[in-house]
Design a protein around this ligand. Sequence first.
Ligand SMILES: [Cu+2]
Length: 271
Amino acid sequence: MKRSLVLGLGLLVLGCAAGCGGSEPADTGRPTQEAGTDAGAPPAQEGPRTAQDLGDSSITGTVTFDGKVPSLRPLTMDADPACAKMHSNPVPSEALVLGGGNTMGNIMVWVSKGLPEGKAFPAPKDPVVLDQKGCQYVPHVMGIMVGQAYRILNSDGILHNVHALPKINPGFNRPMPATLKEATAKFDKPEAVFQIKCDVHPWMSAYVGVFTHPFFSVTGTDGTFTIAGLEPGTYEITAWHERLGTQTASVAVGADETKAQNFTFTTPAAE
Ligand SMILES: [Cu+2]
């Protein structure tokens, strides 16, 4: 775990060096969410709650970042003036989104083991929506169920393309010219989180996890998640961050119980 965290943080810094561009000095002090944003804080997402719940038990928790917070430069959109002019303030990096107390947004949390064998969960009829807005993907991290409609919007009305990079599902690369406001896709196989990017705007990136069940959640900036509708049992849950990897925890939850399980992504100690 320690090694992966070291690598992850290295990537955080490298990602900034390679992808933040410009000659502006790095933001100092608190990063991301205090640099101002037109897109706003990421919303939380809970898995679809339909008639497919197993029971009345829940797992909830808060994800926090511990350690020295790296300074991440805002996104640089100067390569496309149409994007740059959509923002009057610097657009914070999406690689590490922190709230008060260093709570972490954009963490995907899901049940990775322990669900009843053979139990099928139909995909909800409502789509999961990915928008291209302000030359960013909104939301940045999202979960979807196998077979659920994936509705891709182009609110910007400028040229984007949606380049999905799954390893298990078929990839796709859809041009989204200014006149194309909407496209749809779906994913037929479960797959741990993969990236979607825009080849026109290299700073644009989103992450999607595809699940056979509705027991997943994405944290908002307050770092909290809730996975509801479980029956009593012992579950493995996984928490994922785009640069800092995954962590797992085993959680035993009783009937009608809400069990807390927090996660902390930690800066490695100085050598
Ligand atoms: Cu784009």
